[in-house]
Design a protein around this ligand. Structure first.
Ligand SMILES: Cc1cc2nc3c(=O)[nH]c(=O)nc-3n(C[C@H](O)[C@H](O)[C@H](O)COP(=O)(O)OP(=O)(O)OC[C@H]3O[C@@H](n4cnc5c(N)ncnc54)[C@H](O)[C@@H]3O)c2cc1C
Ligand code: HEM
Length: 407
């Protein structure tokens, strides 16, 4: 039997807390060993999966592009967070539910598990032994069982996917479109959530898009899409989609929703099309008849890129509790602008936009005294927090270059 090292390190080099379970120690040791060759592990994992199970290949996109490492990355991340049960379970339940749209069945999980173990055996040569293998088998079984159970539960009351017809397409700038969809059956979601979407032009390529309004009585759904350079799905939605086209939607996801059990004010940061879910949150507060103070900081490169500012200003006129602060790059960075106002300690904070903006925003808000557990954002796919427990140096005085807004 192999002794666990006294000061084990995880894949990031950080010390593993004393209370890490024996399986977590072994799993993390494997992860540390394969970290430098992660790309090769990914390629080998898929090669094994498809050679041994050719019938699974057609479930995956034709081009296994840069996104191909998501499945393996999630497996590895989940294995790494093995001891953080509540976060892990919520993440995996959502993932399992979302896998229904790919056609994934419970019977497919062993094949993925075997390819995973096969890839680890090949690349974690220094630390692999029978005990490590047993730890990985238990870990994979736990992870997949949570996903399988969540999918089975979800099957009882929701379709695997929805078809949604484009009913209007409004080009707001040369590269931002507001797309309105009519789902083929009721699509229940909460303001602030997002969907996954597949277009007919890129089969099996799914991307996330946030809902731009709270649920409407007519059941229509609207999305704000920005065409990113060389982006497959975004360009199809902005430049090709027309009324009558039919898309597929996965289930709603995301926890950037309003907590109606409190009457704390809201502080919202939306960069680029990140304003879409923020607008939905404002509508949600209004519909609940709350009069909670809501401050929205809306950032974009230029005034022209603030494509939804008219709507936001109209909402501000209607609701005395709402303050909208447009911020262009000329005026400074979005997080810096937020720091010029305040205090924000008592607010629930919501951030949506490009990852760089969200990261810097989280740092700035922590620096401004907003507790971490009151900060919500939509990069939930990332299990790890946007930064360390402490705000990075600078926080409200951050001097990092702006990345607004590619989203
Ligand atoms: C939770 C969540 C919610 C989202 N909501 C929205 C939304 O409401 N509206 C919206 O427009 N987008 C949103 N996105 C981003 C969206 O999911 C896609 O990533 C985006 O549309 C690009 O997809 P694509 O297929 O066009 O580009 P891809 O084909 O994936 O990428 C093509 C190239 O563009 C680069 N790239 C990818 N994304 C960006 C980017 N954002 N900026 C610059 N370059 C990029 C890639 O690195 C690659 O080189 C959201 C993302 C997440 C995670
Ligand atoms: C514990 C097991 C698994 C984990 C952790 C996992 C994780 C993931 C993740 C994170 C993604 C990225 C997109 C998303 O969030 O939905 C993904 C995509 C996908 N997964 Fe899984 N998955 C697992 C098992 C399976 C199984 C058993 C199948 C069926 C063969 C499968 C098929 C797919 C397909 C087809 C995609 C989309 C392909 C793509 O976008 O590249 N997954 N998986």
């Amino acid at each position: 039997m192999m002794d666990a090292p006294t000061t084990p390190k995880d894949g990031t080099g950080a010390r593993i807390p004393e209370e890490a379970s024996p399986d977590a120690v072994l799993v993390r040791r494997t992860l540390a060993e394969i970290a430098p060759v992660a790309d090769q592990v990914t390629s080998y994992f898929y090669a094994l999966l498809f050679v041994r199970n050719p019938e699974l290949r057609e479930m995956f996109p034709a081009a296994m592009d840069t996104q191909r490492d998501r499945l393996l990355k999630a497996l590895l991340t989940a294995a790494e967070h093995l001891d953080d049960a509540p976060v892990l379970t919520a993440y995996l339940e959502n993932l399992g539910k979302g896998h229904r749209k790919y056609g994934t069945k419970a019977a497919h999980y062993p094949a993925v598990g075997e390819a995973l173990i096969g890839a680890l055996v090949r690349y974690a040569t220094a630390s692999w032994d029978a005990e490590t293998e047993a730890a990985w088998v238990r870990t994979y079984t736990t992870i997949s069982q949570i996903m399988i159970d969540a999918a089975a539960e979800n099957e009882e009351h929701a379709p695997a996917w929805w078809q949604a017809e484009v009913v209007s397409h409004d080009l707001r700038t040369p590269d931002v479109a507001v797309v309105t969809l009519r789902p083929d059956q009721p699509y229940p979601f909460l303001a602030g959530q997002y969907t996954t979407l597949e277009t007919p032009w890129w089969p099996r390529i799914w991307r996330h898009y946030s809902f731009a309004s709270a649920p409407r009585p007519d059941g229509l759904l609207s999305l704000h899409v920005k065409a990113v350079p060389a982006g497959w799905v975004s360009n199809a939605l902005v430049h090709r989609a027309r009324p009558g086209d039919v898309l597929r939607l996965g289930p709603p996801a995301g926890s950037m929703t309003v907590d109606h059990s409190t009457d704390s004010g809201l502080l919202c940061l939306g960069g680029g099309t990140g304003i879409a879910p923020i607008r939905a949150l404002v509508e949600d507060v209004a519909e609940h008849g709350d009069r909670r103070p809501v401050d929205v900081f809306y950032g974009a490169r230029s005034g022209h890129d603030l494509y939804d500012i008219d709507t936001m200003l109209r909402l501000q006129k209607t609701f005395p509790w709402l303050s909208v602060h447009p911020v262009t790059e000329e005026q400074g960075r979005l997080p810096d602008a937020v720091c010029r106002y305040g205090p924000w300690e008592e607010r629930d904070a919501y951030l949506s936009g490009p990852l760089g903006m969200v990261r810097r925003g989280v740092d700035a808000l922590r620096g401004a005294g907003v507790p971490s557990d009151r900060i919500r954002h939509d990069f939930l796919a990332e299990l790890t927090p946007a930064s360390g427990d402490q705000p990075r140096s600078g926080a409200c005085m951050a001097r990092t270059p702006s990345m607004l807004p590619s989203r």
